[in-house]
Ligand binder design. Structure first.
Ligand code: SF4
Length: 310
């Protein structure tokens, strides 16, 4: 499968079947914390980057065989999914094939556009991000395409929220010394009060970020968050659980997973260990792939991660 992957364990969505309608690192942002590396196709143009017939074919095949093996169908992936011009058609197709809720994980930049709003309205959960409370910090963190303006984007969030009957959950990525001060969080809260999301998720960069100077906030962040968001302290921790693999070809399956995000070594062990294939065998394979310059080891926050070499 090229466009459909998983199900993968998700903190918010249980077992999530991922659909990736966008080629790797095609995005209208260049976030400092992006876990996929630098944006290689920096564009704000909506178009079909991949043949939609092929995405639909994979979707049909997977859903028909695995109806009860996932909790959500999630449009997400290695770029910004709302840049896909056929996203609405793909959402409707997924809805016809399965009764499971449809989720779209987006950077939210295009929610102000009528065509994007009309397409996302058919989904059940929309998860946009909001990492800054003003234009200056927005540009510093997300490094958006010049056509994207902060206040217009916020108005898009407010308007979409008013029209959308599904769940609207906003995620904030908090980074040390960048947006974790009380002052910056109060600015974000002001915008959230206007948008009125159903839920706010606080995330921290748990996987190696694009910019090596991006860091996880200190522990006193909980106090600051409590001061700003009341008793709210829903900090994200590394997800638990096994990823699904579909064949015994270690290299192919690992590459499929690493294309979505770097993985902790222990997560790779959990996913691939079997009676015939123990941790030592896996380590050997990982080092072998690293010696061929296909993947590399990264130490981040005292944890060992493996990521693809871009
Ligand atoms: S984090 Fe998401 S929105 Fe930001 S650059 Fe990466 S893919 Fe794009």
């Amino acid at each position: 499968m090229k466009y459909v992957y998983g199900p993968v364990p998700s903190r918010r969505l249980g077992k999530s079947l991922g659909i990736d309608p966008i080629p790797s690192k095609t995005c209208n942002y260049q976030c400092i914390y992006c876990q996929l590396g630098k944006t290689t196709n920096f564009t704000n143009e909506r178009k079909d980057f991949c043949p939609k017939e092929e995405i639909i074919k994979e979707l049909e095949e997977f859903i028909n065989l695995n109806q009860d093996k996932f909790d959500y169908i999630t449009f997400v992936g290695s770029g910004e999914p709302t840049l896909c011009k056929s996203l609405g058609e793909l959402i409707l197709k997924a809805k016809r094939l399965s009764k499971k809720p449809i989720c779209v994980i987006t950077n939210g930049s295009l929610l102000y556009r009528e065509d994007v709003k009309e397409e996302l309205i058919f989904s059940d959960v929309v998860l946009p991000t909001l990492d800054a409370g003003d234009e200056k910090l927005f540009i510093k963190i997300n490094r958006p395409h010049p056509y994207i303006k902060f206040e217009k984007m916020i108005q898009g969030y407010i308007d979409f929220r008013n029209e959308f009957n599904g769940k609207f959950w906003i995620e904030i990525m908090l980074m040390k010394g960048i947006n974790d001060s009380k002052e910056e969080l109060l600015k974000i809260k002001q915008k959230l009060d206007l948008i009125k999301p159903d839920r706010i998720d606080i995330n921290v960069p748990i996987r190696p970020p694009t910019e090596s100077w991006v860091q996880i906030p200190d522990n006193n962040i909980i106090q600051i968050l409590n001061g700003v968001f009341g008793e709210y302290n829903n900090i994200n921790f590394p997800e638990r659980g096994k990823f699904s693999v579909f064949s015994s070809n270690f290299e192919v399956e690992l590459k499929n997973l690493l294309e979505r995000h770097p993985m902790r070594q222990e997560q790779i062990f959990e996913t691939f260990c079997s009676k015939k294939f123990n941790e030592q065998d896996i380590l050997l394979q990982l080092n072998n792939l690293a010696s061929q310059n296909k993947i590399k080891k990264v130490i981040y926050n005292n944890l060992t991660f493996w990521k693809l070499i871009n």
